[in-house]
Each structure stands twice: as C-alpha cells, then as structure tokens.
Design a protein around this ligand. Structure first.
Ligand code: FES
Length: 362
C-alpha cells in the first residue's frame, strides 16, 4: 500500500489500465479512473447533470460519456466537451508508483456547473384562472395520408363538444399527429436517470410529446383518453405515450413530488374485439398512479365481441349510435363536474408518500 496523507491507493495499474474506465471507491469518495495510451486520469464519479456515475460510462477519445444522458467530460481535466467547458467535474492529480495508481484527493479542481436554462415544462405546476379545461387524447393509429373514420376518436369528439357547450376550454390531441420517440428506458439504468421533464424531451427538442406533457401536467383539469382495442389491449400509441409518462409517476417515487393534483381522467374504449374491462382496468391503474381522480363510472365502451368479424358493421354501429355519443358527452360532464369540485377545494399542502410503493425516501 502506497497511501500517504495526500496520495491514496486506487488499485493495481495493470488492472485499471485493462479496464479503460472504472469506478473506484476511496473511503466514501467515488472516482472515475481512466487510462488511455498509458496515461491515467481521475475525475469525480458524479456527473454534473443529475449525478450519473461517470465511471460506469464509456470513453469517447479522451472524454468520458455519462451512461445516463451522454454528457461528456474530459477524463483528465474534468472539463465538459468542447463548447461546454464551463461545466466541469473535479479532476484529481494521479500518478503510478510501484505498479499502483495513486490519486491525490486534496489536489482536486473545483466542480463548476454552468447555468442551464430550465426546460419550460420544469416550471412549477400551478392552475391558471379560468374555466375548466378538458384535454382529449386520441390514441388511434391510422395512415396519415388516408385518414379514416375512428369510432374512439369520434366519441372523444362528442365528449369534447359537450364539454365545450358547458363552457369548458377544450383541446383535441391526436397522438397519431405527433412525432415522438419511444421511451428509451432511462428508469432501467437508475430511478434518478428518469427525469422530469422527460430525458428525451430535454435532449431532443423536436420530440413532440411535449404537447401531451403540457396538457396533462400544466394545462388540463380533465383528461379524456380514447383508444381502440387491439388484440385485447389499448392501442400501441397509447402504450408508447404511457411509457413516456413514466417520468411523471417516477417523480413521486424518487422525489416525493406529485405533479398531477386535482385532475380528473376518464376513458373511451371502442373495439371490434372484446376485453373492454381488461383495457379499462389497465388504463385506470396507470392513471391512478399518475395521481388522477376518477368520476363515478370513469369509462364508456363498446365492443362487437369475439365472433363479430364484420368490422364495417362495427364502424357503422358506433357512428350511428346516439347512446354512445350521449354516453361520451355524459362522461365528459361527470368528469367536469368532479373537476369543478376539486378546483373549489384547496389541494393538500403535501401528499405523504403517494404512489404505488409508499416507501420512504431521502
Ligand atoms: S448526463 Fe450524466 S446524469 Fe445526465
């Protein structure tokens, strides 16, 4: 052991060189130790962004690429990549003696965080004055150059029309019109790697799911989601959206931060095939975890059933059904009425351990 007061032993030089990049613990300090072309580098393990473990990333030339969201820091100087040098992580003097890598813990440079303009979605959630606002989200997928009739989208339109006639502001969002990426599984790297706003939204300004985040988290008092049934499930677009909404739910888990309060959700489910209750149960469970409230009888639905393969008749039934259109309107009004009561009630200052696990956190 070559420890002296200032220089601490980080490990065998040949082993660390073979790894290229590794995370080393010295006491309670975590250090990203790297070696390229025989030269060692040592920088603090915690990324400036949201604390990703740099030592578990990979090397891109002389830059360490953070495994969480790919910020880069020079492996020897700790400076951010060209153009972002004002962001830097502490770098430590390092030397090799007697086959051991030694790091001078007292000689670290200072961490510096460049100011980053927060994403607009990161603003505090606060309800603006005004009438009840109803966002309808249609999740049906169809050819963009050959739009067709959609029963679920049509009934959503009827629901929004009823809300509008009641004096609400309404927004009809069709996921099919938005270009947005599938969730890339940041939560699977680490709970804190899944951020609010969504990591993808922050990294790729052209991703259009921002429209949905704005509506759900900031704008709407009522959210109505309409889906067809595909193979006994909600549509694939619904699930692509739901996966991206994990970041909203995850704020409860990681930060005890409830973004959805005093908001109401309802569902419109239309299918040629059955499994209405299964689809409704899945949607109710997910939106409950996001923090939404539900009116009594929170969904309306229609399905032709297992043996009915005559889909053209299914379309006709939905299009011509006064009952279904009245039912969609009544669902909207039930949701609006509950939203009005919630808005009139002061929201709780704090929700103690909301969310699915109710476990403690730091
Ligand atoms: S890039 Fe490192 S934590 Fe996000």
């Amino acid at each position: 052991m070559n420890d002296s007061e200032d220089w601490k032993d980080a490990g065998a030089a040949d082993e660390l060189a073979a790894k290229g990049l590794s995370r080393v613990e010295i006491g309670r300090l975590q250090i990203a130790v790297s070696c390229a072309a025989g030269e060692f580098g040592a920088v603090h393990n915690h990324c400036n962004h949201v604390g990703g473990p740099l030592g578990e990333g990979h090397l891109d030339g002389d830059y360490i690429v953070c495994p969480w969201h790919q910020w880069k820091f020079h492996r020897v100087t700790g400076l951010g990549e060209p153009g972002f040098e004002a962001d830097r992580v502490p770098a430590f003097p390092v030397k090799v003696e007697g086959g051991r890598v030694l790091i001078n813990l007292k000689g670290a440079t200072r961490r510096q965080r460049a100011p980053h303009e927060p994403h607009p979605l990161a603003r505090p959630v606060s309800r603006g004055e005004g009438p009840v606002r109803v966002a309808g989200i249609s999740t049906t997928a169809m050819a963009k150059n050959a739009p067709r009739y959609s029963g679920s989208d049509d009934l959503l339109g009827a629901a929004l029309k009823a809300a509008g006639e009641k004096g609400c502001e309404t927004q009809h969002i069709r996921l099919n019109d938005l270009k947005f990426q599938s969730c890339e599984g940041y939560y699977s790297k680490a709970a804190r790697a899944c951020t609010w706003p969504c990591s993808i939204t922050q990294m790729r300004p052209k991703d259009e799911l921002t429209v949905v985040y704005e509506a759900l988290v900031h704008w709407a008092d009522v959210v109505l989601i309409a889906t067809p049934i595909r193979w006994g499930q909600a549509s694939s677009l619904y699930f692509r959206m739901a996966e991206r909404l994990n970041c909203v739910q995850n704020q409860v888990t990681t930060h005890n931060r409830v973004l959805i309060r005093n908001k109401v959700a309802g569902f419109i489910i239309v299918g040629g095939q059955d499994n209405v209750q299964g689809v409704a149960g899945q949607m109710l469970g997910f939106f409950a975890e996001l923090g939404f409230h539900f009116p009594q009888f929170p969904y309306i639905a229609h399905s032709r059933g297992w043996s009915a393969e005559d889909m053209e008749n299914n379309v006709r039934q939905v299009r011509d059904s006064k009952d279904l259109h009245d039912g969609a309107a009544a669902l909207a009004l039930r949701a609006v009425e509950l939203a009005e009561r919630l808005i009139a009630t002061a929201p709780p200052e704090r929700l103690e351990r909301g969310g699915r696990k109710a476990h403690g956190h730091d």
